[in-house]
Design a protein around this ligand. Structure first.
Ligand SMILES: *Cc1c(COP(=O)(O)O)cnc(C)c1O
Length: 429
């Protein structure tokens, strides 16, 4: 892959890139954490995004509404809590590439995975297999394993894991598609990450969805690491369903609300199995309090419980920033910023090869994160980075994940990281 910009190993270059950056002002909308009393360089948005300065005000406003209005807050004024779910839809639709009626914020990610499986995993004697990626995030593994057992089946006979070829770290699209075709007759579902948390690989969701459709299987993606990071077109790709969390790239606060996508083609299928609650019931008739569940149109029909207003307030503070920045602009900067990080690391690691970047080189196969396999001195290098105020994360046994986000990271941040990395390698590798 060639980069349109000739990267250069000087602080001057980083400074110039920052000056030219059309998104440079967005950094000032965030609060940076401190390490040992000094403002950190934060590269851990893949795990927990940092706090927008406006989050407090958004939450405070709802605390005030609650104090002033109490129960009347449900129906009073244009911010009525009864309709609060609608506010996040325009931004969520843009972030995942969907129509507004295909998305809704609700619950937590793992809960949503389970609820969506109720609708989209209906094994039969012929079609019962699930394809997923090996080494998936543990919650996703436990979810699949227990869903399969819930249907009285044996996970070892049902779950087909995609594994990289011998000597490789990431999956090849051709191999994923081949596996889908091989198991086609028995395949009920492809349920995998959109962007792999460990390797940083962004999968070709369009091709995967198409292959699944061709064998009559549903396809769902866990977008925890893709939402707010990669450019997505879930509607056009005809993904059946997806879910994500809002506290990683979406900066909405620890453990905050998840979101779901259900494709329009399932918008009006009252017979699709689901575990229902009153908040998914026809809005006009909700307060008749009668039996007989009638799902709302679209993703809203998967809601269970009344909206978590304080959670949604924190979510909205961040979503409004995304809308202002524009997901296309963010992605454009992200490709350059991560390309720059890659250039510097390669330069430092050089022929010694002490650092192996396992994330794909092709920018269409990654988001902002690079996963660095450190062949020597791994944990010591990581600790040294931290002591120098650089927050990344460590994944056992020897991977450092560094995620420069286009919203709040600068080229100078990446340059500083590279300098400290260089020193650390001299000391420990
Ligand atoms: C972060 C993450 C989770 C976490 O799930 P929660 O329900 O939000 O605790 C699950 N799956 C993946 C792939 C993740 O990256």
């Amino acid at each position: 892959m060639s980069h349109p910009i000739n990267f250069d190993f000087s602080e001057e270059f980083a400074r110039k890139m920052d000056e030219k950056d059309p998104l440079k002002e967005f950094r000032s909308k965030f609060i940076f954490p401190k390490v040992d009393g000094k403002t950190a360089i934060y590269f851990c948005g893949n795990s927990l995004g940092i706090q927008p300065k406006t989050t407090k005000q958004y939450i405070q406003k709802e605390l005030d509404n609650w104090a002033d209005l109490a129960v009347d807050g449900h129906f009073y004024g244009e911010d009525a809590w009864y309709h609060v779910r609608k506010k996040s839809k325009p931004a969520l639709a843009e972030i995942v590439g969907a129509h507004e009626h295909e998305v809704v914020a609700m619950n937590n990610l793992t809960s949503n995975l389970h609820f969506l499986m109720v609708s989209f995993y209906q094994p039969t004697a012929e079609k019962f297999k699930i394809i997923t990626e090996a080494g998936a995030f543990p919650s996703d593994m436990y979810m699949l394993e227990t869903q399969v057992k819930f249907h009285g089946l044996n996970p070892d006979e049902v779950i087909v894991e995609l594994t990289p070829r011998e000597g490789e770290h990431t999956l090849r699209t051709e191999d994923i598609l081949k596996t889908i075709r091989e198991h086609g007759d028995q395949l009920a579902l492809v349920m995998m990450a959109g962007l792999q948390y460990y390797t940083g690989q962004l999968f070709d969701m369009e091709a995967i969805a198409k292959a699944a459709r061709q064998v009559g299987a549903y396809v769902g993606f866990d977008l925890a690491h893709a939402a707010g990071n990669a450019q997505l077109s879930l509607h056009d790709w005809e993904v059946d369903f997806a879910t994500w969390c809002s506290y990683k790239y979406m900066n909405s606060g620890p453990g905050n609300i998840s979101g779901v996508f259900v494709h329009e083609k399932h918008a009006e299928k009252p017979d699709l199995p689901r575990f229902a609650g009153w908040w998914g019931h026809d809005e006009g008739e909700r307060f008749k309090m009668e039996k007989g569940f009638k799902p709302m149109f679209g993703a809203d029909g998967w809601q269970l419980a009344n909206s978590n207003v304080l959670a949604l307030a924190a979510h909205q503070a961040s979503l409004d920033i995304f809308l202002e920045a524009g997901i296309g602009n963010l992605r454009k900067k992200s490709e350059t910023l991560t390309g720059y990080l890659e250039f510097l690391i390669q330069n430092i690691s050089g022929k010694s090869g002490v650092i192996e970047i396992i994330t794909p080189k092709n920018k269409n196969e990654r988001g902002c994160q690079l996963s660095l396999l450190v062949h020597k001195g791994g944990k010591a290098v990581f600790d040294e980075l931290y002591q120098n105020g650089i927050v990344g994360d460590w994944r056992h046994p020897n991977v450092i994940r560094i995620a420069p986000t286009p919203l709040y990271n600068s080229f100078t941040d990446v340059f500083r990281f590279a300098q400290v990395l260089k020193q650390s390698l001299l000391k420990f590798a």
